[in-house]
Design a protein around this ligand. Sequence first.
Ligand code: ACO
Length: 317
Amino acid sequence: MKIIGTGSALPTLTVTNEDLAGFLDTSDEWITTRTGIQARHLLSTEDLYDLAVDAAVKAIKASGLRPEQIDFLLVSNVANRHVTPGLSCIVQKRIGLSCAGLDINVACAGFVNALMLADGMMKAGHAKNILILCAEEPTKYCNWKERDCSVLFGDGAGAVVLTEGNAFKDVKLTMISDRDVLYYERGMEPTPFEEKYIVGQPLVMKGKELFRTAVTESAKDINTVLKRNGLQHDDIDWFMLHQANKRIIEGIRNIVGGSCLKYPTIIEKYGNTSSASIPIMLDEMIADNKIKTGDKIVMSAFGAGFVSAACLWDWEF
Ligand code: ACO
């Protein structure tokens, strides 16, 4: 398969580190040096569904296809206001689609996992043109009275349209079951039969452990994909990594190798937008004419689970 259209959407409200330091015990200096984040966009007047539709409509327009030519909608989302129906159902009609869809939650690695599903669906003949939409509002599951998680995240949506082609070369998925390293637990309705009622709680994160696992497992995924395709880091034009922390990206680069110019970042202005981070970055790089036919691109992401994933493209437009 190949990507023939991209789109992204960010909330209108920009919140800087200085803004956060106005009500949290933090500072621009701490956030910038520990994470690389300088600002993020936060949902305020609009909602996640508006962002999702905006990104998807832009991607379809860029693809040159009509909405009715999209055969399947794959949505990656960790959590939104609705537990059910799935986000794909909620936005399908507003995007102008009538095809079936499916929601996945593979945390921040959702985009690369969705690519694997799309590849399989195309090869099995289930669909020819697939829209992948990653729409995330991680700021809604942080505790905004605490500084540990709230400073890290931003909201956003990114989308791609895929069709038949020969650009997608390989994908590697990893799962190491360890809920405690990062989780957000929603309370459910108590029943008269339940002996232990669990109240929900905002995002809990073991930052240092997550940092170490993210670097180790992402580097392993990337090196596996490189090795089984007979490639060295020098052969790769772009390493597009999940934008969670600039120091994590640097840690992965130290193991995998390659100039920092090959590791683009958008975390400075958007923070961690979960599974939307790679498609948003891809959309911006395509708009800036940074990607050309023949570029070899590695995408790699990690997230709660612990999950991680990497894939390889030989880009064609
Ligand atoms: N502002 C100021 N000080 C802070 C803040 C803050 N926002 N947060 C923590 N601190 C303090 C701590 O309390 C601690 O103080 P102490 O030394 O007095 O105890 C000090 O800063 C150092 O804290 P550490 O936890 O040691 O800082 P560290 O260098 O590990 O950086 C960070 C923390 C940025 C969270 C890092 O561990 C990290 O990036 N981890 C991975 C996070 C991540 O990737 N999350 C999402 C992944 S999955 C997904 O994308 C959904």
